[in-house]
Design a protein around this ligand. Structure first.
Ligand code: PGA
Length: 229
């Protein structure tokens, strides 16, 4: 099954802060040359420093990747020192990860702030992907993409089972049946297990953290995802 706005499986690379500029340049040239977007939609989410590297490589080589950011400010432009408003990102990114569990835990993000971030992203034509640790966490209005990321699975090498991830995705889609909802699974996704998630009908893609920072592993993830099609 595919989420709203696409009939393709989505693969989101969440680079977190694993990459510097030289690594990002190398990653883009190797992955860009070796990966085709057949049947998948690839969204690369660099940090703000490597974002121009990603944008530049896509523009120069016509790589078929989309670009996202890992966060947006809950505020617009103004007296918000250190923030990056969605408006400033709108020419650079079309997607934004919002409310990642690392931001909820380490930076105190609340459901209310996350709802504001969703509003800010939407106003700047950036599609938010809200991360939730389970089906009880609220999904704000205006959000059509969710990543189910159970805490025990993030960065641990201990992923949730595809069956359970599929069940959570089903629950979320039923709970928010008032809107089209794409659901991704995230947490210790690798080239070995990615296909098992994409083969489940309620999952529309995957959000890949650590494994996406390794260019060879990411190429394998994309190729494994395309095998099912
Ligand atoms: P991981 O992270 O793939 O490194 O477990 C996933 C995420 O946090 O988005």
């Amino acid at each position: 099954m595919a989420g709203p706005e696409t009939n393709k499986n989505m693969i989101v690379a969440n680079w977190k802060t694993y990459m510097d500029i030289p690594k990002a340049q190398e990653w883009m040239s190797i992955v860009g040359e070796q990966v085709s977007p057949d049947g998948v939609m690839i969204v690369i989410c660099p940090d703000y420093i490597t974002l121009p590297v990603v944008k530049g490589a896509i523009a120069a080589n016509n790589y078929q990747f989309l670009v996202g950011v890992q966060d947006v400010s809950p505020y617009g432009e103004g007296a918000y020192t250190g923030e990056v408003p969605a408006k400033s990102l709108s020419g650079s990114a079309s997607w934004a990860i919002v409310g990642h569990s690392e931001r909820r835990k380490l930076f105190g993000e609340t459901d209310e702030m996350i709802a504001e971030k969703v509003n800010q992203a939407n106003e700047s034509n950036i599609t938010p992907i809200v991360c939730v640790p389970g089906s009880d966490t609220p999904i704000p209005p205006g959000c059509n993409w969710v990543a189910y990321e159970p805490l025990f699975a993030i960065g641990t090498g201990n992923p949730d089972t595809p069956e359970n991830a599929n069940q959570v995705a089903k629950t979320l889609k039923e709970k928010y049946s008032d809107r089209p909802l794409g659901v991704l699974y995230g947490g210790s996704v690798t080239s070995k297990n990615v296909k098992s998630y994409l083969d489940h009908p309620y999952l529309d893609g995957v959000l890949v953290g650590k494994a996406s920072s390794d260019q060879d592993e990411f190429i394998k993830i994309v190729k494994a995802s395309q095998e099912k099609i």
